[in-house]
Design a protein around this ligand. Structure first.
Ligand code: HEC
Length: 160
């Protein structure tokens, strides 16, 4: 009888720990460049996400970004029918040279209460191989994207 209870307890503990492990895997990343890259490359690879319906595939870009780009957006973004987008939205922009070489990855990640005065976006820039070059409340990124505050700082997609 006693033995059974202990085995039962162990089974429950095991289930709980497996459960919390899975939850940690699925949880959104904290506002940190490396944690965000791990999320978009391993936990939820952005190459499997969608394009905005009005911005699909490789398109021409404007300075200071690259000559060509692709912008991927996760389900939270796609589900956002009007600005501001849902918390947890991530947009990943692959920046390519004119001869189709991946040069850099720039990311916007919407986090509740992260930076309310500038739309709660976490900004990050990575090398083509994923090293964090800069991340956080990046003034340079904000100043330019803030030209479209009413569109929640998003430039490639028009909310209707
Ligand atoms: C001088 C203006 C400017 C600056 C500075 C800038 N961007 Fe952008 N960004 C743009 C424009 C314009 C687009 C639209 C796509 C294009 O033309 O390349 C864009 C598009 C994007 C997108 C695609 C989603 C969207 O909102 O349209 C991401 C992600 C992005 N930028 C991230 C960043 C990050 C991260 C930084 C800072 C490291 C940054 N940007 C700095 C002008 C800027």
């Amino acid at each position: 009888m006693r033995k059974k209870t202990i085995t039962g307890c162990l089974a429950v503990m095991l289930m709980l720990s497996v459960g919390s492990f899975t939850m940690a895997e699925d949880a959104m990343p904290k506002p940190d460049g490396d944690a965000l890259y791990n999320y978009i490359s391993k936990v939820s690879p952005y190459s499997k996400w969608s394009y905005w319906p009005d911005h699909e595939g490789m398109l021409e870009g404007r300075a200071p970004h690259a000559p060509q780009h692709k912008v991927f957006v996760n389900q939270q973004g796609i589900d956002s029918k009007k600005p501001p987008v849902q918390f947890g939205t991530i947009q990943v922009k692959e920046n390519y040279s004119s001869d189709n070489e991946l040069k850099a990855i720039t990311v916007m990640y919407k986090i509740k209460d992260y930076n309310p005065k500038d739309g709660d976006w976490f900004w990050a820039k990575y090398s083509a191989s994923g090293e964090t070059q800069k991340a956080g409340k990046l003034k340079g990124c904000i100043s330019c994207h803030a030209t479209r505050v009413a569109n929640d700082f998003v430039l490639v997609h028009e909310f209707k």
